[in-house]
Design a protein around this ligand. Structure first.
Ligand code: CMP
Length: 139
């Protein structure tokens, strides 16, 4: 079925001017970018977005990093968009990511891994509404 998922291009990638190359991988896989905006999150906003990870040892580092430069928040739409986006991104750790995936081609480390994508329908819904109103999503 046609689905929507939330995607975020992270500061390591915007810093290296990779937004277009990453978007090309989404579009080549049949995902449509139906909403997109560039933002610079505060550490508090990053902390709120990643609050499910609050107890993890890397939480503080993750929030610092996500507030270290611009991000691009997006809604991707397509057939099985959640799973498809996860395929296009590759494994969280770029060392484990399949050839041709975003993380294999661009990510620098498990922390600075270029993109975030929702892992399930419920989180997709929450993450989309964290950043976008209905009016801002144009399918
Ligand atoms: P993401 O999909 O954005 O969700 C949580 C993020 O935490 C994850 O991608 C990684 O970038 C980050 N992360 C996971 N493990 C570590 C780690 N060991 N050190 C730093 N960051 C991590």
């Amino acid at each position: 079925a046609t689905e929507r998922t939330f995607s975020m291009i992270k500061p390591d990638a915007t810093k290296r001017n990779l937004t277009g190359k990453i978007n090309a991988k989404f579009e080549d896989a049949g995902l449509r970018i139906v909403a997109q905006k560039r933002l610079h999150l505060s550490k508090a906003q990053a902390g709120e977005f990643y609050k499910v990870h609050a107890e993890r040892p890397f939480y503080d580092e993750l929030c610092e990093f996500m507030a270290s430069g611009p991000v691009v928040a997006q809604v991707l739409e397509g057939e099985n968009a959640i799973a498809k986006n996860r395929e296009v991104m590759g494994a969280t750790n770029p060392a484990d990511a399949d050839e041709g995936t975003i993380r294999a081609d661009f990510a620098e480390s498990v922390g600075e891994n270029s993109v975030h994508g929702s892992d399930a329908p419920e989180t997709a819904k929450e993450e989309i509404s964290f950043f976008f109103s209905g009016l801002e999503i144009v399918g």
